[in-house]
Design a protein around this ligand. Structure first.
Ligand code: NDP
Length: 296
């Protein structure tokens, strides 16, 4: 068997096009422009690339982008003042504080200062609780992107056997919550899981969010399974730096029914879902219907 390639790049472009069409409609019919504020503290090179990319894509879908770049030695009070300002600003529907923050800043405190209704990353403790209790929440972008890809490929996830490898607050746990919400039977695996290959082999859905290059090999995958590889790992190969996932693509693709590549799988979905979340936040703030197909 050769797996079908799940083209996350094309799917993300489609999500952005749907967001752009709904943004245009919002402007025309309601006179409302969704706005996303991104806060970057310090000069971390990877974070700068992400923030630039987020700003560019926000503008491309017709939303307003507010970028706040603060020096690395910014104190907590200054950052919290900025967040309070953004919470109160009616033009801003989504607020994202780029992580990681410099070590002298308490990330939990800062994230929990964001108005939960504007917390488009879905990391605020209220959104975590709302998701866990099956209530309307802002959902973390990467797991939301994985969910969209799975629903598109499989239709209903009800009753399906899913394994999520990784239990981080950013990917693994919310991913498991979302699958559970769609009535999948969910196993969460982690570094202490016994017989991991055996656990993974039983799953129809495998989501790998580990951060270990090519750990999941083809002999771990059940025939026909759908494999979502969240991992982004830079490794040296043949004298070049290359990007690989947590799944060994070649061997897994020989067994799986469908698989996301790295790059070009889950990666592009994250920003697309950030834009979808901003539109959702804007719709909710204005008492309008949720954007169809763009929420959990
Ligand atoms: P974390 O490091 O926070 O979590 C990794 C998880 O993997 C932990 O729960 C850990 O278990 C588990 N783990 C580690 N080693 C093993 C092992 N040998 N066997 C089984 N489980 C193991 O990572 P993140 O969740 O933040 O990220 C995971 C990956 O996804 C990374 O490659 C990251 O770059 C990528 N990522 C990609 C995004 C995208 O946009 N596509 C967005 C976010 C992340 P334990 O808890 O027991 O330590």
């Amino acid at each position: 068997m050769t797996a079908e390639v799940i083209d996350g790049k094309a799917f993300a472009a489609d999500v952005r096009a749907r967001v752009a069409a709904l943004v245009a409609k919002l402007k025309e019919e309601q006179g409302i422009t969704p706005g996303l504020a991104v806060v970057l503290v310090g000069e971390d090179p990877a974070s700068q690339v992400y923030v630039r990319s987020k700003g560019k894509q926000t503008v491309e879908v017709g939303m307003e982008s507010f970028e706040h770049r603060l020096p690395a030695d910014t104190d907590e009070a200054t950052l919290l003042d900025l967040i309070a300002e953004l919470n109160a600003d009616a033009r801003v529907h989504g607020i994202l504080v780029q992580l990681p923050l410099p070590p002298h800043l308490n990330a939990d405190l800062v994230i929990n200062a964001i108005d939960p209704a504007k917390d488009v990353d879905g990391f605020h403790i209220s959104n975590v609780g709302l998701l866990a209790t099956g209530q309307k929440a802002m959902v973390p972008c990467t797991p939301l992107g994985c969910l969209m890809l799975l629903r598109d490929r499989l239709g209903s996830l009800s009753g399906r056997n899913a394994v999520v490898i990784g239990r981080s607050n950013i990917v693994g746990k919310p991913m498991a919550q979302l699958l559970l919400r769609d009535s999948a039977t969910v196993t969460i695996a982690h570094s202490r899981t016994r017989d991991l290959p055996d656990v993974v082999r039983k799953a129809e859905i495998v989501v790998a969010a580990v951060g270990r290059p090519e750990m999941v090999t083809g002999d771990w995958i059940g025939p026909g399974a759908t494999v979502i590889d969240v991992g982004i790992n830079r490794i040296e190969r043949d004298g070049k730096t290359v990007l690989v996932g947590d799944v060994h693509y070649e061997s897994a693709a020989r067994v799986a029914g469908a698989i996301t590549p790295v790059p070009g799988g889950v990666g592009p979905m994250t920003i697309a879902c950030l834009l979808a979340n901003t539109l959702t936040a804007c719709s909710r703030a204005n008492g309008l219907p949720e954007p169809e197909g763009l929420t959990a």
